[in-house]
Design a protein around this ligand. Structure first.
Ligand code: TYM
Length: 350
């Protein structure tokens, strides 16, 4: 992170701080892992970020913007925490907790509901996709979702948010909310947050349709790899993944117009910590019948240890809950003074 990107407003440089979150609204996918969790772990371990707080949340209040069965929500929250830890997040280095444990998120979100404009929310593609044709029947929470997301980030004065490509618009809205709050009240209080969208797999696509994002809500399980899939399931899904009949190119330009081929190469590159160009140097000229077994061996080798560890952690849910409670205490200690200052700025008597 360079100085110029440290969440600067015109007059003030903020301490760098990292925040991100994932919804516990179903199982974790390879998209969540490559687009988000791997980046969380990289940032946790980056030497140049020593001393920077990293805060990673399970955003249960976002999950309930669409119906969640209570038992499933509890289980999915713990499973997400297990996924974070199994993938390499260390609760002594990163702060892990679930959103509803730190009330300050929802409290700041209310202020932001009064700063943000209806028109801003209406333009959000996630709102349009999720609410579909029947917007009148969507929850009010789903509409206000980006305002809560801005509060998640800004209640910590977070400057950097690692996310997949699909969250970019929400981070831009977070910046708009910070700017409007600062302008409305004539302060330099909230930082202008930077999205961190990096790596070969910022947008992992469906295995069945290269024009659609890989998603936990896709009706077809064959479209995604779940972090809890076993080796046979992973191999079968990759074998059946849609491709075209041509051999793989040896140059990146050769993937132009070949969405499915590009997706599989991106996944390979991300799993193997290589660039797409490096992968194509090795596999250019191969048919998919040769490349797919390589990809499935790699995916199994990288993902199986994580799913095994997740299953082990899930045997002791009390330990997961204790980690989250401790994380929430640390998070609250950071969020509470920032919320209080925001209340002062707005004119609320304490
Ligand atoms: P969510 O739960 O949909 O996804 C969690 C993270 O995974 C990334 N992701 C992907 N990346 C690459 N390819 C894919 N196919 C793919 N699918 C998902 C997402 O970009 C995201 O980084 N609104 C957020 C959660 C949230 C949040 C926040 C994030 C709430 N508050 C504050 C950052 C900061 C969401 O719905 O992510």
């Amino acid at each position: 992170m360079t100085e110029a990107t440290q969440g600067q407003t015109e007059g003030k440089t903020f301490q760098p701080r990292v925040f991100s979150g994932i919804q516990p609204s179903g199982g974790l996918t390879l998209g969540n892992y490559l687009g988000a969790i791997r980046r969380f772990v990289d940032m946790q371990n980056a030497e140049d970020l020593t001393g920077v707080e990293k805060i990673y949340c399970m955003v249960d209040q976002h999950a309930i913007t669409v119906w969640q069965n209570p038992e499933d929500l509890r289980r999915n929250t713990r499973e997400l925490a297990a996924g974070y830890i199994a993938a390499g997040l260390d609760p002594s280095k990163s702060i892990l907790f679930n959103q509803s444990q730190v009330a300050e998120h929802a409290q700041l979100a209310w202020i932001f509901n009064c700063v943000a404009r209806m028109g801003w929310m209406q333009r959000m593609t996630q709102w349009k996709d999720k609410a579909g044709k029947n917007q009148q029947n969507a929850s009010l929470g789903l509409f206000a979702y980006p305002s809560l997301m801005a509060a998640d980030i800004l209640v910590y004065h977070a400057t950097h948010v690692p996310v997949g490509e699909d969250q970019k618009q929400h981070i831009e809205l977070t910046r708009d909310i910070a700017i409007k709050f600062n302008n409305d009240f004539g302060v330099d209080f909230f930082p202008i947050t930077e999205p961190v969208i990096e790596g070969a797999a910022t947008r992992v696509m469906s295995l069945r349709d290269g024009s659609k994002k890989m998603s936990k809500s896709d009706p077809s399980d064959m479209a995604r790899i779940n972090m809890t899939d076993d080796a046979d399931a992973i191999a079968q899904k990759i074998r059946k993944a849609r491709t075209d009949p041509d051999a793989l190119p040896s140059e990146v330009e050769g993937l132009e117009g070949r969405a499915e081929a590009r997706n599989l190469v991106n996944i390979y590159a991300a799993l193997n910590d290589q660039t797409v160009a490096e992968v194509l140097r090795d596999v250019g000229g191969k048919q998919f019948s040769d490349f797919k077994p390589m990809l499935s061996d790699l995916a199994v080798a990288k993902l199986s240890p994580i799913s095994t560890e997740m299953a082990r952690l899930m045997e002791t849910p009390d330990e997961i809950d204790a980690i989250l409670r401790k994380g929430a205490d640390r998070a609250r200690a950071m969020a509470a003074p920032i919320l209080q200052q925001a209340y002062d700025i707005v004119g609320m008597i304490r």
